[in-house]
Ligand binder design. Sequence first.
Ligand SMILES: Cc1cc2nc3c(=O)[nH]c(=O)nc-3n(C[C@H](O)[C@H](O)[C@H](O)COP(=O)(O)OP(=O)(O)OC[C@H]3O[C@@H](n4cnc5c(N)ncnc54)[C@H](O)[C@@H]3O)c2cc1C
Length: 478
Amino acid sequence: MTSFLLHSVTSFSTLALHQPLKTSIKPSTSSVSSPKIMNIACNSKTDKRRASMDSPKPKSKSKKSSYGTSRKSILKKTFNQEQVVFTAPVLNDPHVGIIGGGMAGLVCALTLEKRGVKSTVFDTGNHGLGGRMGTRVIDPQPLVFDHAAQFFTVSDPQFAELANRWVEKGLIQQWEGTIGKLEMGGLFTPFPTSPPRYIGVNGMRSLADSVLSLSPQVNVVRPCWISEVEAFNGLWHLSENRKPRGRFDVIVIAHNGKCANRLLASSGLPVIARQMKKLELSSIWALLAAFEHPLPLPIPSGGKGFEGALVEGVDSVSWMANNTAKLQLKHGPHCWTFFSTAAYGKRNKVPQENIPIATAEKVKMSMLEGVEAALGLSRGSLEKPFYSRVQLWGAALPTNTPGVPCIFDDKGRAGVCGDWLLGSNMESAALSGMALANHIADYLLQSQRGVREDFGVGLDAQFLPLQAHDSIGQFILQ
Ligand SMILES: Cc1cc2nc3c(=O)[nH]c(=O)nc-3n(C[C@H](O)[C@H](O)[C@H](O)COP(=O)(O)OP(=O)(O)OC[C@H]3O[C@@H](n4cnc5c(N)ncnc54)[C@H](O)[C@@H]3O)c2cc1C
């Protein structure tokens, strides 16, 4: 095992995720005082009361973020809002609204369907679902790059079951190319081929886009950015820039970072909002580059050049992978994905939606110099890529975790899933989505029977630092 091993893989893989997650809501240990409880009755015929967060908000004069809301006002709203409390039982045929169509949200929807619960997944993706399972395809050649998740490993039996089904359906396959450690100067050491590494057959995004293709109980709405969630008359009302996007019995937050903090700041879910605000995320630059010729790689005796390498000793590059070889694209140019270190990402952080041209050029040049240094090439000798593009993952990987499979606020009928709850990889995201779906299905059953048990989970879990590889998350590689 390498030094960046997943410290919690074995602990969460042994959790019986199909069992109800029974954790009582305890008072938060945070110094912020407990929120006031606002009862929102579920009798839609008679009660039209709205939580105080629905009242018009005073306009903030402080500096606006890219979402049109200042950080200060988000914090203030987060900590001052009142808790939504649903009291009446959930009616038959409940509908769950899932905000986020990455691995966690998709597997949550899939598992809810298995438990007979229908759902709608909302995702912002313009090109497809998947979030950080992204593949960029540049026509007309085409050039293909997995530009976030590179591959995944499997350690949990339930995730193994899912992965086996994806293998059978031809959605994923093993990546058998050589992967290893590349030390600055070109010293390459291959990793053993076990445990198996999996990739999307046509890239990660195609896996995400196919996961729900045979799921009649799941509705997908994309591209759609849910900008407001509002509890009213016993249901959650979701909207996108004031356009109504549906009413739901339960909502799932399957995304994190700035966007989730903003959404939760005036949601009526202060306990969840406070938990999510504790999450810390790294920033990583990705450079996608296509070369006419193969890169001059170190070849171990009797071996082939590597297809993926964790780079050590270079500030601007921590991972490099050859998509053309990985995806077995027989012809065409050589498409490489390079990731920076998190330290480099932090030092060179800019608004990811609006990267200044000068920054993009500087980052590209220093990452290409990093590639030269890693491969032990003389400065300026690396072939110039004929296509290149830089991208900043501003909320790349979690650096701390509460170490619980999911969060569920039973009073507010809202849950949270995502990689960060258990770790920083696709498997953690899938397990979290699965755990939350099973928990919600159990909760719905007991609510429909009129039973009132405490079903909150993860609401006061403490966060601990997360050990992981700088730019591709947690893995057992050898
Ligand atoms: C550079 C990089 C390399 C990585 N490499 C690997 C790897 O090799 N192997 C591995 O296992 N893991 C890797 N990871 C981690 C892996 O990608 C993540 O752990 C996993 O994909 C997270 O899934 P998720 O569903 O939790 O979140 P996400 O994938 O982030 O999904 C959240 C989704 O919600 C959407 N969304 C956000 N706000 C809203 C809104 N208001 N309305 C609607 N939709 C919304 C987002 O657009 C996104 O699609 C890597 C990550 C990065 C950044």
